[in-house]
Ligand binder design. Sequence first.
Ligand code: B4P
Length: 200
Amino acid sequence: MLHLIIFGPPGSGKGTQSCRIVEKYKLIHISTGDLFRKEMARGTDLGKEIAKYIDQGMLVPDEIVMKELQQAVDEYCCDSGFIFDGFPRTIVQAEMLDNMLESMGKPVDMVLSVDVSEEELTKRLMGRSEDSGRSDDNADIIKKRIEVYKAQSLPLISFYTSQGKLVKVNGMAPVDTVFEKISVAVDTYIEKKEVPSVIN
Ligand code: B4P
């Protein structure tokens, strides 16, 4: 069983790379962003509540995130492992995830931290806005999401570095090249049970 996290700023390619990781390593993909978009599309009261945050480029409150996440994990709890995409995004979420996985007897194995420059993030998300239909893909909200990432999510780099679980991946290259680097990191972990600190 393998538990991976893919971490990075909005538009760094977490969702894009997760699809490939899932295919190659047969993991269950849990994207909190996807869970929230499904809830919003269903038009439930919870979906409307979630939209208030996402539409302003803010993080959804930790209590809502954890409830959605626990439900998704419970659905698959006996499978081969998870890739958590876009989760955790705060230290509180990371601590809650540690507790949850501890009770399952299988902690986080490795955190893939995808590095992309701010200029490139904006370019990608503006490109995606043309056909994504996502309410949070527009210039002002993208700027806000990057600010929120810096203030609330960046501290997770130190959190996971101090646990010896973080590997930095250069996310500026084409999608296939980024995936090759991620594969090297995951294969190294599977073979040697060692987290490489950087994959260039
Ligand atoms: P997410 O759904 O996680 O979305 P994201 O961060 O915008 O995108 P991602 O990094 O996955 O980018 P993608 O692969 O699509 O979050 C959305 C919102 O939900 C958050 O802002 C927040 O409000 C809320 N939320 C989610 N999780 C939460 C949590 N845990 N706590 C609180 N709130 C939470 O790539 C982007 C674009 O780049 C695509 O067009 C793609 O084709 C392109 N691209 C990807 N890789 C590329 C590459 N290597 N080169 C060129 N282009 C590339």
